[in-house]
Design a protein around this ligand. Structure first.
Ligand code: FMN
Length: 222
């Protein structure tokens, strides 16, 4: 039998001050994983900005391939650069450079080239005025279509990005080579799952995709 939740389970406690002000209890209960990537752009002073992001999705139809950034902090550099330039690059790292990706958070000063400071390499975007990260296996060059508040005066916004151009390592799109999945492929954010019964916290960790054959489906359409 399922348990029903409309409010934060009483067993949940913060593991750091302000944790529950920054994240919803629903996030900790469901702990739905989302891919991790770096969004790069130019600050108004010309310095490259890098923002580690998750809580996002990727979708499209015949006309567009879109990246929906689910949670862009209004207080961050990413938001101000997207507003000012309308362009960015979404860069997917493999786990071997994840420590450099998190280092961008500690080099988040306005006057810093955050990509170089983190030990990564800046490359010019081909179709947008934004820096990309050479070490990442996939770079999506994007223009901002729109940004919306989650709700009036929300802390974070949704940004809808239109992908203009894709650079991808062939060893990644060939599944018989490195491929996109498994321990060296796309990284997922597993954010502090909690047990509603005991309050036990599984510390933050990274996930990856293990492929299983899908059951046969005879229908032509979704
Ligand atoms: C795994 C992980 C995922 C993150 N996801 C987001 C996110 O989705 N949105 C966000 O605003 N910050 C996110 N952050 C925090 C930002 O990376 C961090 O605050 C960054 O320094 C902000 O950069 P900015 O000032 O260039 O915007 C995440 C951090 C980590 C470690």
């Amino acid at each position: 039998m399922k348990r029903e939740f409309s409010t934060c389970p009483s067993t949940f406690t913060e593991t750091w001050p302000g944790e529950f002000a920054n994240f919803s209890w629903g996030d900790f209960l469901t702990a739905i994983p989302a891919p991790i990537f770096l969004v790069t752009s130019y600050k108004a002073n010309g310095q490259p900005n890098a923002c580690l992001q998750s809580w996002s999705t990727f979708v499209g139809d015949a006309r567009q391939f879109l990246c929906i950034l689910g949670s862009v902090a209004r207080s961050g550099h990413l938001y101000s650069t997207l507003k000012a330039t309308g362009e960015c690059i979404v860069n997917f790292p493999s786990v071997d450079i994840y420590d450099k990706c998190t280092a961008t958070i500690h080099h988040n000063q306005w006057d810093t080239d955050e990509i170089t400071a983190a030990g990564l390499t800046v490359q010019a975007g081909r179709t947008v005025h934004a820096p990309s990260i050479a070490e990442c296996f996939l770079n999506l060059e994007c223009k901002v279509l729109w940004m919306r508040e989650h709700f009036p005066n929300s802390r974070d916004l949704v940004a809808c990005l239109q992908v203009q151009h894709i650079a991808m390592d062939p060893a990644r799109y060939n599944e018989d080579q490195l491929g996109r999945y498994g321990p060296t492929g796309y990284i997922y954010n597993v954010h502090s799952p909690r047990s509603a019964d005991t309050g036990t916290v599984t510390p933050d960790c990274l996930g990856y995709i293990q492929l299983h054959a899908a059951p046969a489906d005879d229908s032509e359409e979704r």
